[in-house]
Design a protein around this ligand. Structure first.
Ligand SMILES: Nc1ncnc2c1ncn2[C@@H]1O[C@H](COP(=O)(O)OP(=O)(O)O)[C@@H](O)[C@H]1O
Ligand SMILES: [Mg+2]
Length: 701
């Protein structure tokens, strides 16, 4: 810094010490006496003008001498402030690059699926439709951002005028403060108008962004929740939630930044370049060679740093994964006495991460150091060249001031654009992911279109049904499956795990469409029935794992029939042996169950789930291993409940424990998607086949 001062000192020839004194030391009083009282509310403006004035003073000082050490110190401090201000723009770039790396890595690790989808083309039509909905806010935002940029271009010129007035005043050595009013006032006006436009674009963009995001969120969620079950078999829930949250968030913020910052930066760059050229073509030529080169070099090193950072992040995740695995499997680790081994693996990975991160710090350090040096050097360069031109009267102090401010603005704008570029790319890929899901159409609609059977009897027929899961097309899970269930009949399905029992239940609920054959209820193909009616009214489905929502017991029960009265709820609960234990809770039906029903025992949860299914009074009941996740006491209780409630329904009951279904009208033994034995308990025992051996095996347990 002192080097720069020396340099400037050399340039300085003419002397007017008093002027410098009064200028440098009266700078603040100048502001407080003339401008501050009028603009005290706009502190920021004062700061900006302060920097401008100091710069001008700096240029002015170039052809003067310094009187004392304090003066030099004061000047040094001011120059430092000014340079810091410029340096900040470069630092911002560096910091954001580091953050960018991290997110880039997260994107990478989200999984192959996402990577594949990242290549999805962005749907510009969809974006246009979104914008169209918010067209007024959009236009207001664009216009306001554009105005802010235009004013930003204008401001250096006016600052220059102000400086020139100051300069004239200093030169004539007469304190003619009135001459400052005009340029100062016009500057204040510009700042106020700019503030208003700034407010306007931030606000309108904010409103627009929020409207767009909430629209997108609602549409996306509604699309997602109505997708086929097979869609959920294919997707990871984490990824879906990501799309709803971080992808939309990312899309929204990049959109906002691109409109506000991007538009502003681009306008400013063009406008400032023009003003630079108007002020001094010669200086512009110098700058125009240096700035783009610097940006190119900076971006190149930035990309190297990004690569390093990605590597370091990946390594950190790897070490975390090692620890995660060990901690989650601590029993196994303990059982094999492998603690030290795990510690060693972990330490190895941590060490690799440490080295990579140190390398990264080195890189960032060099990058920042060099870029600071460069920026400072450049400012001094302009001052040097400008100072020379100032001396030879090619430009005046105000022009030089305007020039410096405009250069700084261009620099900042470029920095902003380079940051924005990365953000825009991320926004596009997030947007592409969101839009991709918006376009999905489920093959099984969730609506009320289709037949509804009045006076449902509950007869079920599977005829030559073949089915394979959409995500596992290679093998049939059910093959030529035939089953008839008469109204009011209780049919039990048994068989080894994986034999296709749950699949039969899912198909009856029409969670999937079958590949061949026909499933009918009361003689009507289920494809012709209203899916909502089928699930809401015809069938009550109770699964192995009862899922309750984190709300009150009463609301959980009413999930099956939201308009049910409390009496209906209670009657159903009594039927399902749930009323007694619910009544024993202090808040009874108002008891809020924890997330996923954690405050209740498994048996209690299952009985609430049964109540919920019974409330809608379905003709057909499907119980898929409703008791197998329970301990033996709860199992007995729930089994009693089941025996209680199945009367009067057509029932398909998948059972793990054969002793519980001896009274079924029909027992179906499944193996590899086929029925291998069918009949009642007595008949199957007499057959001495699969059922017989399974039953005997369980009797010994
Ligand atoms: N959502 C699914 N996607 C792909 N395959 C599945 C799915 N659900 C079950 N399967 C496969 O279908 C076969 C039958 O499964 P399932 O009907 O659940 O058997 P069970 O209920 O008799 O244990 C198994 O091989 C299983 O791996
Ligand atoms: Mg099953």
């Amino acid at each position: 810094m002192s080097l720069g001062l020396l340099l400037l000192k050399k340039i300085g020839q003419n002397s007017s010490r008093r002027c410098i004194n009064s200028f440098v030391f009266n700078q603040r009083s100048f502001f407080s006496s003339i401008i501050k009282p009028r603009v005290s509310a706009l502190k920021q403006i004062r700061n900006k003008a302060g920097i401008g004035l100091v710069t001008a003073g700096f240029g002015y000082v170039a052809w003067n001498e310094f009187e004392s050490y304090q003066q030099i110190e004061f000047l040094k401090r001011k120059i430092q402030e000014f340079l810091d201000c410029i340096g900040d723009s470069f630092r911002v770039q560096c910091d954001s690059e580091i953050k960018q790396n991290r997110t880039a890595f997260y994107e990478q690790t989200i999984g192959l699926d996402k990577n594949k989808k990242k290549k999805e083309n962005f749907d510009w039509v969809e974006l246009f439709k979104l914008i169209w909905k918010e067209k007024f806010y959009f236009l207001a935002a664009v216009a306001s951002a554009f105005m802010v940029a235009m004013l930003n271009i204008q401001i250096p010129q006016d600052l220059g005028n102000l400086i020139n007035s100051v300069y004239e005043m200093l030169k004539s050595n007469v304190a003619n403060y009135e001459s400052l009013y005009k340029p100062a006032l016009s500057l204040i006006k510009l700042y106020i108008v700019q503030s208003l436009f700034t407010f306007s674009y931030i606000y309108t963009l904010g409103v627009m962004g929020e409207n767009m995001a909430s629209n997108l969120k609602n549409n996306l969620f509604s699309k997602m929740i109505k997708q086929d079950i097979s869609f959920y078999d294919r997707s990871r829930s984490g990824e879906l939630i990501d799309r709803l949250t971080s992808d939309i968030q990312e899309f929204k913020s990049s959109f906002k930044s691109c409109i506000s910052q991007g538009l502003k930066a681009a306008t400013q760059i063009i406008g400032c370049c023009v003003s630079l050229y108007l002020i001094s073509p010669k200086l512009t030529l110098i700058t125009s060679l240096v700035v783009p080169t610097a940006i190119a070099i900076g971006s190149f090193f930035g990309s190297i740093l990004r690569k390093y950072s990605r590597k370091a992040q990946a390594q950190i995740s790897k070490s975390t994964a090692v620890a995660d695995e060990a901690i989650n499997n601590v029993r196994t680790v303990r059982a094999f006495a492998m603690e030290d081994y795990e510690v060693e693996i972990f330490a190895d990975e941590v060490e690799k991460a440490r080295k990579l991160n140190i390398q990264l710090s080195l890189g960032i350090g060099i990058f920042q150091g060099v870029s600071n040096l460069f920026v400072n050097g450049m400012v001094l360069g302009v001052l040097y060249a400008g100072g020379k031109m100032l001396v030879s009267n090619e430009i005046n102090a105000g022009q030089m001031m305007a020039y410096l401010t405009a250069t700084q603005m261009i620099q900042r704008s470029f920095t902003q654009l380079s940051i924005l570029f990365g953000q825009a790319l991320r926004g596009l890929s997030s947007g592409a992911r969101v839009f991709e899901f918006l376009k999905l159409v489920p093959s099984i609609p969730v609506d009320d279109v289709g037949a509804k059977i009045e006076n449902l009897k509950g007869e079920i027929k599977f005829k030559n049904v073949s089915f394979r899961y959409p995500n596992r097309e290679e093998a049939n899970v059910l093959e030529d499956f035939n089953l008839e269930v008469k109204p009011g009949e209780i049919v039990a399905i048994v068989g080894h795990s994986g034999s296709g029992k749950s699949t039969v239940c899912s198909l009856l609920e029409r969670f999937y469409d079958i590949n061949e054959g026909k499933i009918s209820i009361d003689g009507i193909d289920i494809n012709d029935l209203s899916p909502n009616w089928l699930r809401r009214q015809a069938i009550g489905y109770i699964s192995q794992e009862p899922i309750l929502f984190a709300t009150s017991i009463s609301e959980n029960i009413k999930y099956g029939k939201p308009d049910a009265s409390n009496d209906e709820v209670m009657a159903a609960a009594k039927l399902a042996n749930a009323h007694d234990f619910i009544s024993s809770f202090p808040k009874q039906y108002g008891t809020v169950v924890g997330e996923r029903g954690t405050t209740l025992s498994g048996g209690q949860k299952q009985r609430i789930a049964i109540t919920r299914a019974l409330l809608k009074n379905p003709k057909i009941l499907i119980l898929d291993e409703a008791t197998s996740a329970l301990d033996s006491k709860s199992e007995r209780l729930v089994q009693e409940t089941i025996n209680n409630v199945i009367k009067g329904h057509t029932v398909i009951i998948v059972a793990h424990r054969l002793s519980t279904i001896q009274n079924a009208d029909k027992i179906v033994v499944m193996h590899n998607g086929k029925i291998i034995e069918i009949g009642n308990h007595k008949k199957l025992m007499a057959l001495k086949g699969h059922y017989y051996s399974l039953f005997n095996l369980q009797s010994y347990e």
